[in-house]
Write a protein that binds this ligand. Sequence first.
Ligand code: GAR
Length: 232
Amino acid sequence: MAPQRASAEVRRKRVSVLFSGRGSNMASLLMAAMAPGYPAIITHAFTNVPGAGGLEIARKNEIAVDVIDHRAFDSREAHEAAVMAKLVEAKPDIICLAGYMRVLSEGFVRRYRGKILNIHPSLLPSFKGVDTHHRARIAGVRVHGATVHFVDETLDGGPIIAQAAVPIEAGDSDDTLAARVLEAEHRLYPHALALVASGKVRLSGSRIVVSDTPHETGAALYSPPLPAGDAG
Ligand code: GAR
């Protein structure tokens, strides 16, 4: 009998990325997946927007990419059926929504429950929907940020996998804040995908189960910062 290989390589999870815009989060996932040992590989991309900036990123990275314009369909269901057909061919283990600006139907979410991740530019459950940076600023929020979550049937809803907190500064405009949050998104999404792909975070019913992810107990981000000596 042939001896077992000492370190059998764990199969990397296949990921399809769905996007509608410039694709910078997809680029961050592609970059992360180049690292040796990263537990996922981006095998396929999909967009509903024929001129989306992310198309160029997918092509440069030699990722198979499908384009199906939702405007060519009479109904959301018909478009989704076409998207699903492409996903059946691509056989992803995980689907990453990266600026995919279409609400998924219940049927789609049910079919891929526990396998669809989304990144949203706020600390959910605050500021679901659009214009998150503007609304957070107007509300006087001090700590804003980004969230990666499993997708459920509701808009920007579903169990939270990981979050990044980003302070809002006095001189921030919507654009400066958006840029700072986007930088955090580009670090957060690869981290969250790795947690799911490696099985360290998974969905059990509607709850997140986390194993083996030590964090700094008691650590907190204060914004505005606490005075020196007051942190304990
Ligand atoms: C990102 O900021 C992402 O969080 C947001 O769209 C942007 C896409 O940018 N997603 C949502 O608002 C989903 N509700 P990108 O195309 O450069 O990745």
